[in-house]
Design a protein around this ligand. Sequence first.
Ligand SMILES: Cc1ncc(COP(=O)(O)O)c(C=O)c1O
Length: 463
Amino acid sequence: MDGTFSENDISGVVEADRAHIWHHLSQHKPYETTDPRIIVEGRGMRVWDQKGKEHLDAVSGGVWTVNVGYGRERIANAVRDQLIKLNYFAGSAGSIPGSMFAEKLIEKMPGLSRVYYCNSGSEANEKGFKMVRQIAHKRYGGKKHKILYRDRDYHGTTIGCLSAGGQDERNAQYGPFTPGFVRVPHCLEYRSFEQDGAPVENYGVWAADQIEKVILAEGPDTVGGLCLEPVTAGGGVIVPPDGYWPRVQEICRKYDILLHIDEVVCGVGRTGEWFGYQHYGIQPDMVTMAKGVASGYAAIACLVTTEEVFNLFKDDHTDPMNYFRDISTFGGCTAGPTAGLENMAIIEDENLLYNTTRMGAYMLDQLAALADRHSVIGQVRGKGLFLGAELVADHDSRAPVPEARVQRVVGDCMAQGVIIGATNRSLPGKNNTLCFSPALIATRDDIDQIVAAVDGALSREFG
Ligand SMILES: Cc1ncc(COP(=O)(O)O)c(C=O)c1O
């Protein structure tokens, strides 16, 4: 877009939006007096709104999705061609892009072998929960059905996923929840002082051991699955401490608990590896992914499992119930895997994992330098192009700054033409982390512009 259209050209769209659109995660009262924002066009790292204003997008479409950036004709062309050839057939049959993308994905996920297609991160996680439940019924008389999830993690918007949701403010008013989901403590070392008994040394192993404590309290023969984000996203960009993951894996193996890693945000390059768990040398039993799989060019989500998990659903053909009795209508859309194939090819051809690692390290350094100038930044953390800056009233108490002030920083950046994110209405009293997830194509100049905007915003809000 070149900003040449006049505001009037789109006034009808704005009015239709105001009259009919129920925006996600939004309080609508302000739209009675101000225009809702409409994003009209995108190219690379940038989007333009209805007024023709250019924004540098530091959150990949608002919710860490557009990993390869906007305006990728290569993806659009491949999807167009495939839609004309065959747009859809139910997932009980195969498709050419479905098979080809599954093969390509599995190449990047040693130890895993089966891909189940569906259309959102929530849905993929629900499939994982259903598998744990069905295995419990088949193998353990229904007893080993409990699913553990972690404080501050998020797995999706359905009632099932909210039951596994570690964000109490996001969950509020949506109960009662599904039984059989049990919370384990978070592993955010910066806030370990709030956790009873947390040590200064070896916090990672201690935090993992808290999971074992929960398993023992519940009874290991009742726990079938553990669902964790590799790096917690909306709960504050929490990079697990050293020692955490190997111990988690050990605990899962000890008690025969399936390890389900939710890669909906981290998956397909965001952290500089194809998948977040691959930084930690662990071997999950199930992996879910969505957002970055096709960078938002088509709706696609996948649940990927080991052959062992798959075999549990096919080993007794005399049992009419012994298969995964699940379907996802839009899991049969061919646009998703077609876009997924091109998305992965772009990441490979443009060496974007390397760029993510390099630019992620640069951005972490730049944010750390910002923290030296702004005492309101208590900690910066991240992996690859997935970063957070936690804002606190002072370094001793680490008291979170109020959410309204964090949102003013976000608003100030928006006014400067830079879109950043923040934890919002998720964690009671702890929505104090600025979030950054620029596309994997980000350059130093892009990062400098993002950091400069945050610098200015922090100065205006906190002095
Ligand atoms: C870690 C994680 N899991 C699952 C989901 C749910 O994905 P979706 O919105 O596609 O259902 C999200 C969404 O933000 C997420 O951040």
